[in-house]
Design a protein around this ligand. Structure first.
Ligand code: G3H
Ligand code: 13P
Ligand code: ZN
Length: 311
């Protein structure tokens, strides 16, 4: 199967009350773990690549890894640029075979966000590629940008219609209380997402696919393994799964997950190396990390996203 855009996936997800997992990929083992899980569960998939991933693994390697995954797994896969910072990186990914890009103008004032997003949409659509825009700011870390919780801003429902109309974006990422990374809430703090804002946005944008970033749940099982095997990740807290299930049933059609894969991979690698100080064959520890990634993705697809059997 060839790469697809997210258009058909989102329409079916919206109508079916489930969401598509958008998982970040950085190397072969992560691509394999994710796609094997989705392949076995017959789930559509978005594989997303950040600027940091491109810098680490190289654009061509990542595209070719995803192409290999398409040969090995008969499921629809969209290849997406995560958090494109400007027109140039979006153009480079569009020209380089991606089927979807995010232009993240959320750090800009409204008019500038519209301007850069519209420019990307015009170029992307002329090449058959779809575009995700963002309104509102999440707390946490994305590449070089570190937004503190105090500076994070919920999306204003008043702005969404104008933004979508004037830019022509195909989907919209919103800020309702999720954040990037493994430390989303403080210990003792009650996790809270602003479903009221999501509802308001859905009223203003009927049938329009919404995207949730920063949606890792930070499995305490993997945090514990990391802690017990020489790591230090005390107080890592994520989004409760029942909140993500609620989001997946709503207008949220794409749920972004990266930190949970990092934790799964790290737990596997740490466990092997901590218990076998003489181990030095990368396959020995990477295969355990890869198996953990696969288990996490299978769990998400079945128990959180509800996308199993929807390919
Ligand atoms: O939103 C951020 C993603 O987790 C990607 O992270 O920029 O470190 O690759 P990265
Ligand atoms: P997490 O850090 O919660 O996995 O979020 C990832 C993300 O939003 C990628 O764009
Ligand atoms: Zn993100």
């Amino acid at each position: 199967m060839a790469l697809v855009t997210t258009t058909e996936m989102f329409k079916k997800a919206y109508d079916g009350g489930y969401a598509i997992g958008a998982f970040n990929v950085n190397n072969m083992e992560i691509v394999q773990g994710i796609t094997e899980a989705a392949g076995e569960l017959n789930s559509p998939l978005i594989l997303q690549v950040s600027a940091g991933a491109r810098k680490y693994a190289n654009h061509t390697y990542l595209v070719k890894l995803v192409e290999a995954a398409l040969i090995e797994n008969d499921i629809p896969i969209a290849l997406h640029l995560d958090h494109g910072a400007d027109f140039d990186i979006c153009k480079s990914c569009i020209d380089g075979g991606f089927t979807s890009v995010m232009i993240d103008g959320s750090h800009h004032p409204f008019e500038e966000n519209i301007e850069v997003t519209k420019r990307v949409v015009e170029y992307a659509h002329s090449k058959g590629v779809v575009v995700e825009g963002e309104l509102g700011q999440l707390a946490g870390v994305e590449d070089d940008v570190n937004v503190s919780a105090e500076d994070a801003k919920y999306t204003h429902p008043d702005e969404v219609e104008e933004f979508v109309d004037r830019t022509g974006v195909d989907s919209l990422a919103i800020a309702i209380g999720t954040s990037h990374g493994a430390f989303k809430f403080k210990p003792g703090q009650k996790p809270m997402l602003r479903f009221d804002i999501l509802e308001e946005i859905t009223k203003r944008l009927p049938n329009f696919p919404i995207v949730l970033h920063g949606a890792s749940s930070v499995s305490q099982e993997y945090v514990k393994i990391i802690q017990e095997n020489g790591g230090n990740l005390a107080d890592a807290i994520g989004i409760p799964e029942d909140m993500l299930r609620q989001a997946a049933r709503s207008a949220v059609c794409k749920i972004n997950i990266d930190s949970d894969l990092r934790l799964a991979m790290t737990a596997g690698v740490r466990e092997v190396l901590w218990n076998n100080p003489a181990a030095f064959d990368p396959r020995e520890y990477l295969k355990v990390g890869r198996a953990n990634v696969k288990a996490v993705v299978a769990h998400k697809i079945k128990e959180v996203l509800g996308s199993d059997g929807k390919a």
